[in-house]
Ligand binder design. Structure first.
Ligand code: FEO
Length: 397
């Protein structure tokens, strides 16, 4: 993939990973990109590098623009290895005069690479460096996605390099958001937000406030993954504002696993109760839906209803997996409930409820259990559970 001038003297020089399908537990069914940017001015600056294994791609792209040895500064906006895996090799080749990073960035670079000899220079929010005609302003964005994260803003070009924020895991030959299918673009952006940033929604809200207060205006927002927002970049900020408010809509998810289809019958009965209340429902079987796709569905769902039969005095391991995953991403303002079949002990519902309480979901019912194989009469409480949750959603949204 060729280097590309994205705006006046600023080039995309990153790498496209067409093959990755699992990004630390996130299903990247269409791959991803590791974006890096090169600014040419009196000083030549490389913003971020790429994952280990993509050094050659980065180098080819830099060489199409300039001699890599002419790079004066490297900016490390984020230390995670998808952006720094090739950093040691780049530093060895370039021998930069300075490497700019946040205070936590310095600590984390040392913890990762143990190179006290690197010329690390700490910057903080509001610090500016002139590189000739262009000025780089730094903005710390702690926890978006790591404590070291920061943005780099070039005010003369109204160009924001936003690190992980506003990204998408999507490998494409196009580099700009306005060149691809818009609904698919926003599906990838939503999945990325749900799985990478949802638990830091309060910080996203604060960041939007800070950016507004600082009066920063953008012609382009260039994340480190996926497409660059060029035409009306405010659209993605508006989407982040909406997602980070955690005000889910009129929608319920039934997330279940089943051994002999009894809990599946219960899931369908809960669904019919919700439908009677006019609630859109999505039923997600844990065998057929990846946890990161479930989390994307959580983004706009008011009610999360979990179903598992009892196995070995507890819930199925797949249910513990999804509850742990969703719990870590901290969805707020949600209603929760549980159901499940059992043979003789029946602890699953109680244990799911305990996890829902821990996740701070509003548990509106003690849940429903059904012994062995529920018949028509035994499914009635499941329909009632669906109706009860549907009424609660209608009252809340
Ligand atoms: Fe793309 Fe948090 O790294």
């Amino acid at each position: 993939m060729n280097a590309l001038e994205v705006t006046n003297g600023i080039y995309w020089v990153g790498a496209i990973d067409w093959n990755i399908r699992d990004f630390h537990g996130y299903s990247t069914e269409k791959g991803t990109t590791y974006n890096a940017y090169l600014a040419l001015d009196e000083k030549t600056v490389l913003f971020d590098t790429v994952r280990h294994g993509f050094y050659r791609d980065l180098l080819h792209n830099i060489k199409r623009v300039t001699n890599p040895e002419k790079i004066d500064y490297i900016v490390v906006n984020h230390v995670e290895l998808d952006h720094t895996g090739s950093l040691p090799k780049v530093i060895e080749l370039v021998k930069p005069e300075k490497i700019f990073c946040s205070k936590m960035g310095k600590r984390n670079l040392l913890d990762h690479f143990h190179r006290e000899d690197w010329p690390l220079e700490v910057v903080k929010s509001g610090d500016e460096i002139s590189i000739g005609k262009k000025t780089i302003t730094f903005l710390e964005t702690k926890m978006l996605h790591w404590p070291d994260s920061m943005f780099s803003y070039i005010k003369e070009d109204r160009f924001l390099i936003s690190s992980d924020a506003f990204g998408q895991h999507w490998a494409t030959s196009e580099r700009f958001a306005d060149e691809v299918d818009d609904p698919e673009l926003f599906r990838h952006a939503a999945k990325y937000y749900a799985n990478i940033l949802n638990h830091f929604s309060d910080r996203v809200q604060k960041l939007i406030e800070t950016v507004t207060e600082m009066g920063l205006e953008f012609d382009m927002i260039a994340p480190d993954h996926g497409l660059i927002w060029r035409r009306n970049p405010a659209r993605v900020i508006e989407a982040y504002d909406k997602w980070s408010k955690q005000e889910p809509g009129k929608k319920a998810l039934i997330i279940y696993d089943t051994m002999w289809h009894s809990t599946e019958h219960m899931a369908k009965a809960v669904c019919s109760g919700l439908m009677q209340e006019g609630i859109p429902v999505n039923i997600l079987n844990l065998h057929h839906t990846h946890r990161s796709d479930i989390m994307t569905e959580v983004l706009d769902a008011k009610a999360l209803i979990f179903g598992s039969p009892t196995l070995n005095n507890g819930m199925l391991p797949s249910m513990a997996d999804i509850l742990t995953y969703i719990g870590g991403l901290r969805p707020a303002n949600r209603i929760g409930a549980a159901f499940g079949s059992y043979g003789w002990s029946g602890e699953a519902v109680k244990k799911i409820n305990a996890m829902l309480e821990e996740m701070k979901l509003e548990v509106v019912s003690p849940g429903v259990r059904a012994k062995y194989v529920p018949g028509h009469d035994e499914l009635r409480p499941c329909v009632e559970l669906g109706r009860q949750i549907g009424a609660a959603i209608n009252a809340a949204v």
